[in-house]
Design a protein around this ligand. Structure first.
Ligand code: A3P
Length: 291
């Protein structure tokens, strides 16, 4: 990698702990920026940070032969190259990794190509229910991962890179939120899933302005209407959804907030609140829990 100053700032990170509304927003962007009917299996965003395909083709390497530490050391350069090589003026990259440093002491998310990030957050009590459904696992397993300070997504067997995605260090749910919401070298807009549900138009319009996308009110309204939960769920029923975990029944499961009341036991609520109360309080989730 040569002159860092010539790298165009064009990556918009769509960052979240899993099950916080990321796919909904990517569907909205697809409807907003694309033409014709929305196809959930052809999202117009630009892949996921942990993609082996992006890494292997950009580095011209087979990452099966690399240690995870080596991959994480190379990732900043991979995304500098992505920004330099793509002609479009914006790249939307989804990311579930926490914002952490690699073994070289550099942030895995490089500063130079980063225009900004949108960070999606959802009440962890609802995340636990959604995550369990997504993984086809139990709620206790989801809580265990969310409470694990060293929690990984897609941990590879024997720490070798054999899956489509690299292992992603997410930290705990609170650790993830904090990592993306400290002083980062680019602007971060936080969107609460609950606010997306309560006033979709206001929240998505704020995001469109933040990302400096040219769009009329009419275009925003149309994209919101096309990506209503029922429509996405219906489409999944007809065509399936490539991003559905093979262990889950459906991706577009309930699309509501507060259903943890019906799904969690008092002990499960306590396990989450005890661990995450500081961050829950900061984002207005403890009041919901107390009411
Ligand atoms: P549930 O499992 O509670 O239904 P992510 O994309 O970050 O993994 O988040 C997935 C969650 O967002 C799922 O929650 C999913 O149903 C919900 N979701 C997806 N599209 C939605 C929409 N248009 N409106 C509301 N919720 C939506």
């Amino acid at each position: 990698m040569t002159d860092l100053k010539t790298i165009p700032k064009k990556i918009i990170w769509l960052a979240s702990y899993p099950k916080s509304g990321n796919t909904w927003f990517r569907a909205f962007l697809t409807a907003l920026l694309g033409e014709g009917d929305l196809n959930i299996n052809a999202m117009k965003t630009d892949g996921i940070f942990s993609s082996r395909r992006i890494f292997d083709s950009s580095a011209d390497l087979n990452s099966t032969f690399l240690y995870d530490r080596e991959v994480k050391n190379m990732l900043p350069d991979i995304y500098r190259c992505q920004a330099r090589n793509f002609e479009r003026d914006r790249l939307f990259i989804k990311v579930h990794d926490a914002y952490t440093l690699n073994a070289n002491g550099a942030p895995i998310i490089p500063e130079e190509p980063s225009l900004c990030a949108v960070y999606f957050i959802r009440n962890p009590l609802d995340v636990a229910c959604s995550f369990a459904g997504h993984n086809g696992g139990t709620i206790d397993e989801a809580i265990e991962l969310m409470n694990n300070e060293n929690g990984y997504l897609a941990k590879q067997p024997g720490n070798r890179n054999v899956n489509n995605q690299f292992a992603q260090l997410m930290l705990s749910w609170s650790g993830h939120v904090k990592s993306w919401n400290k002083n980062l070298p680019f602007p971060v807009l936080v969107l609460r899933y609950e606010d997306m549900l309560a006033d979709t138009k206001a929240v998505f319009t704020r995001a469109v302005l933040f990302m400096k996308i040219d769009a009329t009110e009419e275009q925003i309204d149309k994209a919101i209407a096309e990506t209503k939960f029922e429509k996405l769920q219906q489409q999944e029923g007809k065509t399936g959804f490539a991003e559905k975990n093979r262990n889950s029944k459906q991706f577009f499961r309930k699309g509501i907030s507060g259903d943890w009341v019906n799904e969690l036991t008092p002990l499960q609520v306590k396990m989450i609140v005890d661990k995450h109360q500081e961050v829950m309080h900061r984002y207005g989730y403890l009041a919901v829990h107390a009411s």
